[in-house]
Each structure stands twice: as C-alpha cells, then as structure tokens.
Write a protein that binds this ligand. Structure first.
Ligand SMILES: Nc1ncnc2c1ncn2[C@@H]1O[C@H](COP(=O)(O)OP(=O)(O)OP(=O)(O)O)[C@@H](O)[C@H]1O
Ligand SMILES: [Mg+2]
Length: 401
C-alpha cells in the first residue's frame, strides 16, 4: 500500500489524480488543496499523522522556487520519498528539478492514464529506495573514526592553530576523511583560521533533520580546498547558547561514523560542551604556553578530569610558543604537570602570519620553519603510520631552542 500526497490548489488536477489512483493503484491519496508549502518535511508528516508519503506531487500552482527548495531538503532528508513536480517546464526547469531530487516533471494537463504510469513508477522507486536505505543502516551504526580534541584551560595558547593544522595534515593523508569541528561555540575562529565563509554552521548541524540523518548533516559541512571538511561555529553567541552538550555528543558520534578523523577545536576552560567533546575523544591534545599560571591551570584541570575519570586513553602534551628565555624550563613544566612534553612548537612569525592570512602553515609549509616542522610532528603522532605509533611509545626528550 502506497501513500500518494498531492500539494496543489488545482482541484481539476486533484480529480485526475484521484481517477489515476483509485481502483487502479494499491494505496491512498491525501490532498492538501493549497499553494503554501510546509516549512519543513516534518510539518508535512505531522499533517499526515506521522506518515511518510511514498510519492509526493508538488503543484500545479505551487511557486516553483519554493517547490525546488522543499524538494532538495526532502530528497536529502528522506530519500525514500519520490517527488514529482507538476508544472509547465522547459528544458532548463526540468534540469533544475532533477538536480533538486525531483524524479519526474509532468504537465499540469496530464491525463489520468499517463499520470497513473508516473505515479506507479514513483511508488516502485520509493519502495526500492526504502529497502536499500534500510539495508545500508546496520553497517553504519558503530563509530569508527578517531576523535581528536585540542584543549587548554587558558585562552590564546594555540588551540585553533593546532586544530586547523592537524586537520590540514591529516587531510593530506586521508583526503575527504577528516572533519574539523569548531566547539568554541561562542567565539570560534576555525572559519577565520581556514579562510572559510561557511554557508552553514554547527547550529544547522544539530537541527532534528541533521541529527536524524547523516546525509543532511554532511550537506551542512564546508569543504576546504585542502581536501577536508569543516563545521564552523554558530554565527552569534546567542545561537551558540541554544546548543546543548547532548547535541554536541550526538553530533560527534554521527561524524565519527562518517569520517576517519574528527578534530575538535574547543573554547578555553572546561565548559559543558567542551566536556562533552572530551568524553567522546579517543585522543586529547593538551596545549600550554610557557607561563606559570598557564601550566598551573593545566595541572588543576588534569587533576579534576582524572578525578572525574574523564581522561581519554591517549593524550599528547604540546608546549606552544616555546621560548628558552622566559625563566621556565621544559623540565619545570614536566615536573609540575607530572607528564612528559611530547612536542614543543617554538614561537614563530610564520605561524602568527598564517593565522592572519587564514592559511595554516602546514597548508603552505615554509622550509626551515621549526614551528611548522613541530606541527608536522603533532600530525605524525595522530596519523596511523607505524612511525607515529613508535613515536607514541618512545617519548623523545624535548629541547626548547
Ligand atoms: N607557535 C606560535 N608562534 C607564534 N604565534 C603563535 C603560535 N601559536 C599560535 N600563535 C598565535 O597566537 C594567537 C592565538 O592562537 P590561537 O587562536 O590558535 O589560540 P587559541 O588557544 O585557539 O585561542 P582562543 O582560546 O582565543 O580560542 C594567534 O594569533 C596565533 O597566530
Ligand atoms: Mg581558538
């Protein structure tokens, strides 16, 4: 039994559709005699008492631009629904409609026999697409990606610099298998650090349609020229406030099912959404500068997290903006933290310049820059090569020069 749904103010067309279906096709028709489209597919389903149409006919008499937009969202979110457009269409409109996911464009004057054939084909397509979606589902349930979070209690120590360079570096090794997520929800600057102007942000990525369907979620990511994806922070602090830690946790899980690497940039401190990110991480990269308050702050944070049992299995300690002339040594830092420093990234003009240009240093590496080389070591530790696994096992003594 199929459900055919018509959205059109054209009563004559509705009568012909009735003749096409009733007594000939197994199923029923629901007609909405209006030229107004629902805000989103869910509104339509609600009006249908929670049912999903098999075939949805848009028009005649529905504004084309809105119909194509609605078809696009429906096609991405609910691919089992076959969409038909009833409109006077030239070749260009037909092409636009196909791109929007419309299966067939029919003339508003189509007779019932012809319409019956199109509706029957649409119902069969819906049935087979429903079957293939259901068959594909079990394969994608378990998260498989590595989730790498960059954290520090203090601001301005280089978290975004690290996260963006890690994304660039891993993106080279695993093209299109990496996504960087800006969890600095209020003041995130991943977009600026990567010179991106995202069409969609994390606000879109936690909407019900995206939370339910990873294909919709993927449509909200921004592709970077370096061959990886970015999910940038909400546009305003007010939008950011509406994102909950539960939504963040769900989002990360969804991305880890789709990508080999999910890289999280975070806000300073241990806010709720940062903790949600930390809990999901397979690897935590801790960043500190060479200043006593910063190192002490990190020690307190690590103590709290260990107490709460929130420390990811694999951790990496990065000393950033390392400088041998500030009265604090690597040894002092290691003793205070009770951890070895894994990589030391020296202060570098190339890094500061790269932030302002929106081009991470690993995207356009300058030979001889020690900070660029050190950021490359961080990526090596996180990439799957044997070399990096060996590096994780045997800690190299870090020297700040
Ligand atoms: N190794 C380095 N050498 C020189 N400048 C650096 C280095 N690392 C980071 N910076 C610069 O320090 C500034 C802050 O870096 P970044 O934005 O990465 O820090 P953050 O921890 O993300 O800050 P926030 O907490 O505000 O998000 C940037 O201008 C960046 O270019
Ligand atoms: Mg930052």
């Amino acid at each position: 039994m199929s459900l055919f749904v018509l959205l059109s103010p054209d009563t004559d067309f509705a009568l012909r559709m009735g003749t096409a279906v009733e007594g000939h096709l197994p199923g029923s028709i629901s007609t909405f005699a209006t030229d107004e489209l629902p805000g989103q597919p869910e509104d339509l389903f609600a009006a249908l008492g929670g049912a999903l149409p098999d075939v949805l006919v848009l028009g005649p008499g529905v504004a084309l631009e809105g119909a194509l937009r609605f078809a696009t969202v429906m096609d991405i979110s609910f691919p089992s629904v076959t969409i038909l457009l009833a409109a006077e269409a030239d070749a260009e409109l037909t092409l636009q409609a196909m791109r929007a996911g419309v299966r067939d464009v029919v003339s508003p004057g189509i007779d019932p026999e012809q319409l019956r054939v199109v509706l029957q084909r649409g119902a069969q397509a819906s049935e087979s697409r429903g079957r293939s979606t259901a068959a594909a589902e079990p394969a994608s349930t378990a998260p498989r990606g590595r989730i790498i979070g960059v954290f520090s209690p203090k601001g301005g120590v280089g978290k975004t610099t690290l996260a963006t360079n890690i994304a660039v570096g891993l993106g080279k090794a695993a093209p299109l298998r990496v996504v960087v997520v800006d969890l600095d929800l209020q003041f995130g600057d991943v977009a600026s650090g990567l010179d991106l102007e995202p069409e969609h942000t994390l606000t879109d990525a936690v909407t019900p349609a995206a939370a339910r369907d990873s294909l919709v979620l993927k449509a909200f990511l921004t592709l970077h020229a370096g061959g990886f994806y970015a999910l940038c922070a909400p546009r305003t602090p007010a939008e950011a406030d509406s994102v909950s830690p539960e939504q963040v946790a769900h989002l990360i899980g969804q991305l880890a099912e789709q990508f080999d690497y999910v890289v999280l940039d975070t806000a300073p401190g241990l806010g709720e959404c940062t903790l949600a990110g930390l809990e999901a991480c397979t690897d935590a990269v801790w960043v500190t500068g060479m200043d006593v308050p910063g190192v002490r702050g990190l020690r307190s944070s690590l103590e709290v997290l260990a107490h709460l049992g929130l420390m990811p299995e694999s951790r990496h300690l990065v000393l950033n903006m390392a400088d041998p002339n500030v009265g604090l040594s690597v040894k002092d830092i290691e003793v205070t933290l009770g951890l070895p420093v894994d990589v030391s990234v020296p202060r570098s003009r190339a890094v500061a310049y790269s932030t302002n240009r929106g081009i991470p240093v690993l995207q356009a590496p300058r030979r001889g820059d020690k900070a660029t080389a050190a950021l490359g070591h961080v990526v090596e530790r996180l990439s799957p090569s044997d070399k990096s696994r060996a590096a994780r096992r045997s800690h190299r003594r870090v020297v700040v020069s």
